[in-house]
Write a protein of this length. Structure first.
Lengths: 334, 156
């Protein structure tokens, strides 16, 4: 394990190259060993292959090697940390962030199958693996909320109902859009333009920007404080899974634009909608107990967006640049 | 006071008044002012119309609640169908967005089911209209859906 940095250090560090040893540690770690992997390295690893994206068969083979069993995690120490070591402010901040994931993982699990219909045979393998990953991530949060937070329920939906009060009203923008885009694909599964719009929201924005940013907030807190080892292990393994999803998604978008350059307008139109509703929040999430400020989290979002777009060679139109400037906070002292 | 029958003219009139008034103080109190500023701005410039369908109105076929917005107020709010079926209704097909929901989900919304999840779980779906344009005003739509759900109504 490398030296423990402050949670927000990565905002100032910028992109960096991983050593071969770091890449091997991320790729080859068993579930138990994932506890010792630095979350910042895993997020950096997501970008490692974006300039020369792996093909879908390679991603599927990585999945077979990196698949983990969510029932191998032991949350008993996490329960002690949650009840006895974390403050009430830390618990409330943590749960406000984690609840977005609890519901987000469920959404990306159930909205993905329709995207498979119009995919190439190789991509179907990757998507099938991704659906299984997302189902496992859904179970991971179900276990965390039951065994650590202490929510009660007879089934998965009971626990989702119990954590929903922590979900922000603005959650509906990306995830409601995804549900409706999935409905559009259900009716027109081979509509390539609809698939690109769906891919922009799902793979670029939800997974590439929102998920990776918010993952970092709770994981860097857990690592920084030395709390919640099963959460850190399972969610860092989740982040490694997400790296394959983001790489596969970026591969899909890059191929679509190379095949038909006019597809860039579908990406831009989708981002225009997403960014036009992303500058507003409905409730204040107090990230401070986790070592972050609200503006730092949003800066992280836009850093992630710009890196993905730059790495896969997708430019922004002037009006989108302007929109991005408008919604992107300036990081004080950054 | 007896609640108006769901999807009746009286209910549509009450919906019009409730939408024009917007979310009440209790709803506003639990969300940030910046969210409501955005909502109020969207409402003031929203030029579109909705046809909100009930696909299986008891004893009838599908019917729609037509809502026209202009200048921050509802300028037209009425029921289309079930005696005025959609294919012969120019107003319905002039609606910017046509959405549909089953009767049981309308009732669940009225009984307090969350409007955000009504969208996310596709209990209400977009049947016609530009999806990306629709989502630019999604907070306005969801809050308005909650307002409609809260209007007293008698269900079968």
């Amino acid at each position: 394990m490398t030296e423990r940095k402050s949670p927000t250090a990565v905002l100032r560090e910028g992109p960096r190259a991983l050593s071969d040893a770091q890449v091997r540690e991320i790729e080859d770690s068993s579930l138990e060993e994932v506890l010792h992997v630095d979350i910042d390295d895993v997020i950096e690893y997501v970008h490692k292959d974006l300039r020369s994206l792996p093909d879908f068969t390679t991603l599927y083979r990585k999945y077979l090697k990196q698949r983990w069993d969510v029932y191998d995690l032991d949350f008993s120490q996490d329960k002690i940390d949650w009840q006895e070591k974390m403050t009430e402010e830390e618990r409330q901040s943590f749960i406000a962030v984690a609840s977005g994931f609890h519901h987000g993982e469920r959404q990306v699990e159930i909205e993905l199958p329709v995207f498979m219909i119009g995919a190439s045979e190789e991509e179907k393998l990757h998507i099938a693996a991704q659906i299984e990953d997302e189902a496992r991530h859904t179970v991971f949060f179900d276990r965390f909320y039951r065994e650590v937070v202490g929510l009660k329920g007879d089934d998965i939906m009971d626990i989702l109902d119990a954590s929903f009060p922590w979900v922000s009203e603005t959650f509906v923008a990306p995830f409601g859009l995804l549900a409706y885009q999935a409905d559009e694909l259900r009716l027109h599964p081979y509509d390539e333009r609809a698939r690109v719009r769906y891919g922009t929201n799902y793979f670029l924005w939800i997974e590439g920007v929102l998920a990776l940013s918010v993952m970092k907030v709770t994981l860097s807190y857990a690592r920084w404080r030395g709390f919640l080892p099963a959460y850190y292990t399972g969610f860092t393994a989740t982040c490694r899974d997400e790296s394959r999803h983001v790489q596969g998604g970026m591969r899909y978008l890059q191929d679509a634009v190379r095949k038909d350059p006019t597809m860039i307008s579908e990406i831009h139109d989708t981002l225009r909608t997403i960014l036009s509703v992303s500058g507003v929040v409905s409730r204040r999430i107090y990230y401070e107990p986790l070592g972050w400020t609200d503006d730092e989290v949003r800066v992280l979002f836009f850093q992630q967006l710009r890196r993905k777009l730059n790495d896969v060679g997708i430019g922004l139109s002037p009006d989108l640049e302007e929109l991005l400037q408008k919604v992107q906070p300036v990081l004080a002292g950054g | 006071m007896v609640a108006a029958e769901f999807f009746s003219k009286e209910w549509a009139d009450a919906v019009r008044d409730a939408l024009t008034a917007g979310p009440d103080e209790r709803a506003r109190a639990v969300k940030l002012q910046e969210y409501w500023d955005f909502f109020d701005w969207l409402k003031s410039v929203y030029p579109a119309s909705w046809a909100l369908g009930c696909r299986d109105l008891p004893g009838a076929s599908a019917a729609y609640l037509f809502v026209q917005w202009d200048g921050g107020t509802v300028t037209d709010c009425r029921i289309i169908g079930p005696d005025d079926p959609p294919p012969t209704s120019p107003a319905l097909f002039n609606a910017t967005y046509v959405l549909g929901m089953d009767y049981r989900d309308w009732k669940a919304l009225h009984d307090g089911y969350d409007a955000q999840r009504t969208v996310m779980y596709r209990k209400i779906t977009l049947e016609q209209g530009d999806l990306l344009e629709f989502f630019k005003a999604i907070y306005f739509f969801v809050e308005s859906l909650a307002v409609i759900g809260a209007v007293p109504a008698a269900y079968a």
